[in-house]
Design a protein around this ligand. Structure first.
Ligand code: UD1
Ligand code: UDP
Length: 464
C-alpha cells in the first residue's frame, strides 16, 4: 500500500508523524508532502527535528497569502504530483488551508482520501477552519474521528457509519510519545520561571489578533492576570508584530514561537494556559493543566465536558474572573476515552484492513439515495441529507417521486449497483448484496408505478 501524507502547517507536523510511523510499521510505503504553508524554521524545521520527522519527499513551497491564493498555490502544485505518485490513499490531517487544498485535488483525482481529525465542528462559519473541515470531510472516503461527539456530528450530517472510524486523537499520540523528552528540557528554568507558578499564553486566531480592538481589550486582561502569576507568550508570526506594536504589559513575557518539545515542557509545568489554539485545548486536557480558551466556541467541546478546558470568550472581565476561579479551584485532571496514544495504530489498521488487500471503499457521493432507501434504520438526519445531496427533494418518503423525475433511473441504478459490486469491501459484501436486491425491488416498483402513470395517459389519449 502506498500512502501520501500531507502536512503544511505547525499542528499538521505534530499530527502526521505518528500516522506515518504506524503506517510504515505496518509495511506501507509512505511519502510525505510538505505544502510549505508554514516555512519559518520555528514554524516548520524545528518540528522535523523535535519529532524526528524525516525530510519531506516533496516540498510544494506554497508560502503565505490570502486564503484563495494559498489554497490555489497548494492545489496547483499538488495536482501534477498526485498524477505521478500512484498513491492508494492520500492522508490529510486537521483543518488548515493545505488540508482543504490537497483534499480537493485528491477527490478529483480519484485517489482515495482519508481525513484525520474528521467531524470537528465549531458551528462558527466565520472561522476559515470550519469551512475547511466541512468541505474536507465531504470529499473524504475515510473519516477518522477523534471522539464520540465528532462521530455524532458526522452521523447527523448523513455520513455512512462504514466511513466513520472512531480512532482517538493523533495529537495525543505525539504528546504521549514525546512527553518524557519534553519535560527533561530546561526551558522553564531558562526563562526564569518556577514550575507550576506561571501561565502560558498562545494567541493566533484572526478573530483575536487581526482585530485591533479585540487585541486591545485582551491585553489589559493579560496585564491583570500577570499580576496573579507571570505569563509567557510564545508569539505566532501572525500575532508577533501586532502584539509588539500594541505594547505588551509588564509581567507578560513574549518569546519567539517555541519548538514542540519546549512548548510541551512549558505547557506541562504551567499553572494554567490561556489560548485560542485548537491543539493546545487537547494537550492541556491530557496533561491535566487548566485551560481557558479565549473564544466563544470550540470545535473540541469534549475538552470542556471531559477535560480541563473552559470557554471564556473575549470579555476582559470574564477572562480575569475565570482565571481567579481556576487558580483557586483547578479542574480535576481527566481525559476522553481513546486519547491513549494509539489513535494512529487504529488508523493504520483501518486502512490496511480496507486497502491493504486491494479492496476499495467508494466515495460517499457515489451512492446518495438508493443506499439510504435500503437502510432499515437511518441515523437522525441522514436520509434528508442524502436526498439533499442528490440535489432533489428533501423528504425521503418521497423517494419514488424523486426517482420518477429521473428519466434514466434504471440505468443509473444499474451503474450504482455495479459500482457497489466492484468497490465494496469484503466486510460489506453481504450488505452490498442486500442493497442490490433492495435496489432491484425499488427498480421493479419504479417500473410498475411508471406503467401505472403511462397507461392511463395512453388510454385517455384517443378520447381527448
Ligand atoms: C494557520 C491555519 C490555522 C492554524 C495555524 C497553526 C489556515 C486557514 N489557518 O493559521 O488553522 O491554527 O495555521 O499555526 O490554514 N507566517 C510567517 N511564517 C510562517 C508562516 C506564517 O511569518 O512560517 C505569517 C505570514 O505573515 C502569514 C501569517 O503568518 O501571512 C498567517 O499564516 P497562515 O498560514 O496563512 O495562517 P495561520 O494564522 O498561521
Ligand atoms: N505549539 C508549539 N509551539 C508553540 C505553540 C504551539 O510547538 O509556540 C504546538 C502545540 O504543542 C500543538 C500545536 O503546536 O501541538 C498547536 O498548533 P497551533 O496552536 O499553531 O494550531 P491549532 O492547533 O490551533 O490549529
Amino acid at each position: 500500500m502506498r500512502v501520501v501524507c500531507v502536512a503544511g502547517a505547525r499542528p499538521n507536523f505534530v499530527k502526521v508523524k505518528p500516522v506515518m510511523d504506524a503506517l510504515e510499521e505496518g509495511g506501507a510505503e509512505v511519502l510525505l508532502v510538505h505544502t510549505g504553508q508554514h516555512y519559518d524554521p520555528v514554524m516548520s524545521d524545528i518540528f522535523f527535528e523535535d519529532l524526528g520527522l524525516r525530510r519531506p519527499d516533496y516540498f510544494l513551497g506554497a508560502g503565505s497569502g490570502s486564503h484563495a491564493i494559498q489554497t490555489c498555490r497548494v492545489m496547483t502544485a499538488f495536482e501534477p504530483l498526485i498524477g505521478q505518485l500512484a498513491a492508494d490513499v492520500v492522508v490529510v490531517v486537521g483543518d488548515v488551508n493545505s488540508t482543504l487544498a490537497c483534499a480537493l485535488v485528491t477527490a478529483k483525482s480519484g485517489v482515495l482520501l482519508a481525513h484525520v481529525e474528521a467531524g470537528l465542528r465549531s458551528g462558527d462559519w466565520s472561522m476559515p477552519e470550519e469551512v475547511n473541515r466541512i468541505v474536507t470531510d465531504r470529499v473524504s472516503d475515510y473519516l477518522f474521528a477523534p471522539s464520540p461527539d465528532t462521530v455524532a456530528n458526522l452521523q447527523a450530517e448523513g455520513y455512512r457509519n462504514g466511513q466513520i472510524h472512531l480512532v482517538g486523537n493523533v495529537m495525543v499520540d505525539t504528546l504521549l510519545t514525546n512527553l518524557g523528552r519534553a519535560t527533561s528540557r530546561d526551558i522553564v528554568s531558562q526563562l526564569g520561571l518556577e514550575p507550576g507558578q506561571y501561565g502560558l499564553v498562545t494567541l493566533h486566531r484572526p478573530a483575536n489578533v487581526d482585530n485591533p480592538s479585540v487585541l486591545g481589550s485582551l491585553l489589559p486582561a493579560l496585564a491583570e492576570i500577570a499580576g496573579l502569576c507571570p505569563l509567557v507568550l510564545p508569539a505566532h508570526p501572525r500575532a508577533a508584530g501586532r502584539l509588539r506594536g500594541a505594547g505588551l504589559p509588564s509581567g507578560v513575557r513574549i518569546i519567539p514561537p517555541a519548538g514542540y518539545l519546549d512548548f510541551v515542557a512549558l505547557e506541562a509545568s504551567a499553572r494554567l494556559v490561556l489560548t485560542d489554539s485548537g491543539g493546545v485545548q487537547e494537550e492541556t486536557t491530557v496533561l491535566g493543566v487548566p485551560c481557558l480558551t479565549l473564544r466563544d466556541n470550540t470545535e473540541r467541546p469534549i475538552t470542556l465536558t471531559e477535560g480541563t478546558n473552559r470557554l471564556v470568550g473575549r470579555d476582559p472581565a470574564r477572562i480575569v474572573a475565570a482565571v481567579r476561579e481556576v487558580l483557586a479551584c483547578p479542574p480535576p485532571a481527566r481525559a476522553p476515552a481513546l486519547w491513549d496514544g494509539r489513535a494512529s495504530q487504529r488508523i493504520a489498521a483501518a486502512l490496511f484492513g480496507d486497502i491493504g488487500d486491494g479492496e476499495r471503499l467508494r466515495r460517499p457521493a457515489s451512492q446518495p439515495i438508493l443506499a439510504r432507501h435500503s437502510s432499515p434504520r437511518p441515523q437522525p438526519g441522514t436520509a434528508d441529507r442524502a436526498v439533499h445531496v442528490a440535489g432533489q427533494r428533501a423528504a425521503p418518503s418521497r423517494l419514488l417521486d424523486l426517482l420518477r423525475q429521473t428519466s434514466r433511473m434504471p440505468a443509473g441504478t444499474a451503474a450504482c449497483a455495479a459500482r457497489d459490486t466492484t468497490m465494496a469491501t469484503a466486510q460489506s459484501r453481504t450488505s452490498c448484496t442486500l442493497r442490490i436486491w433492495l435496489t432491484m425491488i425499488s427498480t421493479t416498483r419504479y417500473v410498475i408505478e411508471m406503467l401505472h402513470d403511462v397507461i392511463p395517459v395512453r388510454r385517455g389519449a384517443p378520447a381527448a
